[in-house]
Design a protein around this ligand. Structure first.
Ligand code: PGA
Length: 253
């Protein structure tokens, strides 16, 4: 179902105590200041997840995401965390295919497809990330690049399955750089993504999928980005580490 969503991606930041403090602050601010119909997601490091789930239990608008999951269901994979483990901790969303995972941990489309399948099978919602590096945009190959990422990891899904996903478009050149895509660039790509989804699954299914923008989204540019017809919210890195900034983004619809 298409919804307004603002998801924080804390990445590898915050000790457990700091993460708990941030989650509590966000929950208090959501109770006090967020009137609208928006889903707020906290993407916390693995070891923070049970505590963050507990701290957010009183706020029905605030849900919790893991930043990754194993491509395997269970077994001898030292250091990995399975989707079933995430589910057992009360986690509802899982970020899959973030560009940092693709770039630094060499995750490929095939592995990401397996992660998506496992997440859906356990009833978790994948937040599937896509986005092009700068050189691809400079070659004007960015639409094909992003559409290929979706085709390769998602187009084996049924129509019912794909509508359970959230998709985040994050141009790599905008992540953590302070260089946001313009509202027009975001809308252009989001429309392209929705069109690509429609070509495979039909317009109705494509219209039911929330498409988030990510990459240096801040309180001062969120309104303009979220005002686009095909931008349903944001995946927020740096600005999700400060409750004030994050809540200002949440209230930018
Ligand atoms: P940023 O990160 O907001 O710090 O650019 C976004 C992301 O990587 O999800």
């Amino acid at each position: 179902m298409r919804k307004h969503i603002v998801a924080g991606n804390w990445k590898m930041n915050k000790t457990l105590a700091e993460g708990k403090a941030l989650a509590s602050e966000v929950v208090n601010m959501v109770h006090a200041e967020v009137p609208g119909d928006v889903v707020v997601i906290l993407g916390a490091p693995f070891i923070h997840l049970p505590a963050v789930v507990q701290l957010t239990a009183s706020a029905s608008k605030v849900l919790v995401a893991a930043q990754n999951c194993s491509e395997h269901a269970a077994g001898a994979y030292t250091g990995e965390v399975s989707v079933a483990m995430l589910k057992s901790a009360g986690v509802q969303y899982v970020i899959i295919g973030h560009s940092e995972r693709r770039q630094y941990f060499y995750e490929n489309s095939e592995q990401l497809a397996k992660k998506v399948d496992l997440a859906l099978a356990e009833g978790l919602t994948p937040i599937f990330c896509c986005g092009e590096p700068l050189e691809v945009r400079e070659e004007k190959a960015h639409f094909d690049y992003v559409c290929r990422q979706l085709t390769e990891s998602l187009f084996h899904l049924t129509r019912e399955q794909i509508t359970r996903l959230v998709i985040a478009y994050e141009p790599i050149w905008a992540i953590g750089t302070g260089k946001t895509a313009s509202a027009a660039q975001a809308q252009e790509m989001h429309a392209k993504i929705r069109g690509h989804l429609a070509s495979q699954y039909g317009a109705e299914a494509a219209n039911n999928i929330s498409l988030l923008y990510g990459g240096s989204c801040k309180p001062d540019n969120a309104k303009e980005l979220f005002a686009n017809p095909d931008v349903d919210g944001g995946l927020i890195g740096g600005a999700s580490l400060k409750a004030r900034d994050f809540i200002d983004i949440v209230n930018s619809f």
